[in-house]
Write a protein that binds this ligand. Structure first.
Ligand code: T46
Length: 135
């Protein structure tokens, strides 16, 4: 399974401008239970540094850009999120870090579950141990 998976959102624009519609189990590969967005991230600040036990997400940079690092315990890859018509799929049990936010960056995240602090693994060694437990 690839670590980096994108979903493309067909732009529904016309002469007036552009529009993207996101629908659970259609453009987004799960039921959407929660939507949140990160904005006004301060210069030089990095975010994330955790994995989720169950949560699946799609992240789309609706304006500006940021860099996302994904790590499945074996592979570590980074990608630039800079398009409102393409979302990055973040599976469960994948470590994520976000860096290099531009001042105008708005990162929209569609989530498969309601917010649950117990779903977070915030220690990288614990993340690797949890992966070992799955094997
Ligand atoms: C993720 C990356 C991409 C809530 O109360 N409800 C929520 O739904 C969320 C997402 C956060 N919070 C609270 C928890 C913290 O007090 O908002 C605060 C900031 O959250 P956190 O430090 O987890 O933010 P990031 O940017 O490090 O991570 C977030 C998501 O939490 C995480 O699931 O995958 O964005």
């Amino acid at each position: 399974m690839d670590l980096i998976n994108w979903v493309d959102f067909p732009p529904l624009g016309d002469a007036r401008g552009s529009l993207v519609a996101l629908e659970g189990n259609k453009t987004v590969p799960f039921d959407i239970r929660r939507v949140y967005y990160l904005f006004d991230t301060k210069a030089g600040v990095s975010r994330g540094f955790h994995a989720h036990r169950r949560l699946q997400q799609v992240a789309v940079c609706v304006t500006g850009s940021c860099r996302m690092v994904l790590d499945d315990g074996v592979r570590r890859e980074d990608v630039l999120l800079d398009s409102p018509v393409r979302g990055l799929v973040i599976r469960s049990m994948v470590w994520r870090e976000m860096h290099d936010f531009t001042p105008d960056c708005v990162l929209l995240v569609l989530a498969s579950e309601h917010y649950d602090p117990a779903d977070y693994i915030r220690d990288y060694r614990q993340f690797l141990s949890a992966l070992d437990g799955e094997a």
